[in-house]
Design a protein around this ligand. Structure first.
Ligand code: AR6
Length: 202
C-alpha cells in the first residue's frame, strides 16, 4: 500500500486487498494506492477502469476481458454514450462484474510526443474525478495505453503513480482506495522500480 503521505507501495496480497475494498464499501476508504497483480475483472471494487478506445464499443486486451465478464448489456449501454475522446472518462454499470461500475477512459496511442503525458495523466485524473462525483470510494486501474496503444511501460507507470498520488493528496478529506493492477511482469517490474526509488528518496 502506498500512503502518499509516507510509506511506499508493495505488491498487495489478496486477503489484504479484500479487506481494503470491504472497508471502502463501508465508507472507511483509506487514502491508499495498492499495486496488485492479477485480472482486473475479478476485483470487487466500487469501480474498475477500462482502457477503451474512442468508440467505447469494445476491443481486445482489458477492454475485451471487461466486456466478456460484464456481459452483453454493457455493450448496449456503451452504445448510448456517443464515444469518448482521449483523456476523458465515462461511466456505466458493471453488470455481471463484481464491481458496481465501470469507468471507461481512452488512453493515447503512443507517438512519442510529450503532450501525450498529459493525456495519459488526464485518463487517471478524470476517472478519479468521475468516481468521486458518483460517491465511489474504491477504484482499480489497468496500466492504460501500455498494451495495444504501445505507451512505454516505465513512463506510463510513473505517470499513473504520480497522478493518483497527487489526486489523493488533493482529495485527502474524501477517502479513496486506488488499486493499480498489473497483468504482466513488465508493468509489475516498472511499479517495483518506482517503489525502490521512492524508498531511496529519489
Ligand atoms: N486485467 C488487468 N490488466 C489487463 C487485463 C486484465 N484482464 N488484460 C490486459 N491487461 P490494452 P491499451 C493489461 O491493450 O494499450 C483495446 O483493443 C495489459 O497487459 O488492454 O490502452 C481497446 O479497445 C496492459 O498492461 O489497452 C483499445 O482499442 C494494459 O492492460 C486498445 O486496446 C493495457 O493494455 C487500448 O489499448
Amino acid at each position: 500500500i502506498f500512503n502518499p503521505a509516507s510509506p511506499a507501495p508493495f505488491n498487495i496480497q489478496n486477503q489484504m486487498l479484500k479487506e481494503l475494498l470491504a472497508d471502502a464499501q463501508k465508507n472507511k476508504a483509506q487514502n491508499a494506492i495498492s499495486v496488485w497483480r492479477g485480472d482486473i475483472t475479478t476485483l470487487d471494487c466500487d469501480a474498475i477502469v477500462n482502457a477503451a478506445n474512442s468508440t467505447l464499443l469494445g476491443g481486445g486486451g482489458v477492454d475485451g476481458a471487461i466486456h466478456r465478464a460484464a456481459g452483453p448489456q454493457l455493450l448496449e449501454e456503451c452504445k448510448t454514450l456517443g464515444g469518448c475522446p482521449t483523456g476523458a472518462a465515462k461511466i456505466t454499470y458493471g453488470y455481471n462484474l463484481p464491481a458496481s461500475y465501470i469507468i471507461h477512459t481512452v488512453g493515447p496511442i503512443y507517438n512519442g510526443k510529450v503532450e501525450q503525458r498529459l493525456e495519459l495523466a488526464d485518463c487517471y485524473k478524470n476517472s478519479l474525478e468521475l468516481a468521486r462525483k458518483h460517491h465511489l470510494h474504491s477504484i482499480a486501474f489497468p496500466a492504460i495505453s501500455t498494451g495495444a496503444y504501445a505507451y512505454p511501460v516505465d513512463e506510463a507507470a510513473r505517470i499513473a503513480l504520480l497522478t493518483c498520488t497527487e489526486w489523493i493528496n488533493a482529495n485527502a478529506d474524501y477517502g479513496m482506495s486506488v488499486v493499480l493492477t498489473c497483468f504482466n511482469s513488465g508493468v509489475y517490474n516498472a511499479y517495483q522500480e518506482l517503489v525502490k526509488k521512492a524508498q531511496n528518496g529519489e
